[in-house]
Design a binder for this molecule. Structure first.
Ligand code: FMN
Length: 227
């Protein structure tokens, strides 16, 4: 089963979800979509009951419990996370914190030399991160989010980070976004086939749709008209 966790307050009109739906098209798969903005997800209480008492189950009683069970059952979870303040937006972050219940308390040093808690190592649960942001940069913008996902859910986590996402808002820029969406579709097909995205497709996804300077100028000109 494929589970999509969509954090965007725009729900089905979300740019990030559009990318996820295109990725799924490429995979030739459908998925259950959960809009976390509609759910009541408490912050983690840091009670550690899931580590000490309840064998991996959170003791809070809120909407996160059903989502956590769905994550537990899913073969693939596609986190659809708009970038807010260089990180996951708050409703997804609360849920990410609550996935602590899938980890074990023991600490080990991974092959990367970093310390981890056991959790996703057996590879039975796959994770894809799809994010979008309004700034033109990938480096220095999405780094924290990607680091977090790879650390939490394993180095094999595939990440698609779409910069310049404001281009998806205008009909005039459709020729530019169409090319990006085509690469996302290809990424979905490759992921289905090989469990990863080819270097060639990854490079297209990591290349801004228009040059950075032009994007900055156009965005600033559009905002100047609003004032
Ligand atoms: C509170 C807030 C913080 C944001 N912070 C960033 C940011 O740090 N970097 C960035 O590139 N875009 C940022 N954005 C822009 C969104 O990430 C961008 O519009 C995204 O494409 C929205 O996706 P959605 O349509 O799926 O909700 C921010 C937007 C909001 C509302």
């Amino acid at each position: 089963m494929i589970l999509v966790i969509n954090g965007s307050p725009y729900r089905e009109n979300s740019t990030t979800l559009r990318l996820t739906n295109t990725f799924l098209q490429g995979m030739g798969e459908t998925a259950e979509v959960i809009n976390t903005v509609d759910l009541h997800i408490n912050p983690c209480l840091a009670c550690y009951a899931c580590w000490m008492k309840t064998a991996g189950h959170c003791i809070q009683q809120d909407d996160a419990i059903e989502v956590l069970e769905k994550i537990r059952e899913a073969d693939l979870v596609i986190w659809t996370v708009p970038l807010y303040a260089y990180a996951a937006l708050a409703n997804c972050k609360s849920l990410i914190d609550r996935t602590l219940c899938f980890n074990k308390p023991e600490i080990y040093v991974g092959e990367d030399g970093k310390t981890h808690h056991y959790g996703y190592e057996d590879g039975s649960k796959r994770t894809v991160l799809i994010s979008s942001g309004g700034l033109p940069d990938i480096k220095g913008n999405f780094d924290g989010l990607v680091f977090q996902f790879k650390h939490m859910y394993g180095e094999q986590t595939v990440a698609i980070c779409c910069a310049e996402a404001a281009l998806f808002m205008y009909p005039e820029t459709q020729p530019l976004t169409a090319g990006y969406l085509e690469a996302v579709r290809k990424a979905g097909a490759e992921y289905k086939e090989q469990g990863k995205i080819s270097e060639e497709t990854g490079q297209i996804l990591d290349t801004p749709m228009i040059p950075r300077v032009a994007y900055i100028q156009n965005t600033n000109a559009a905002f100047a008209q609003v004032k």
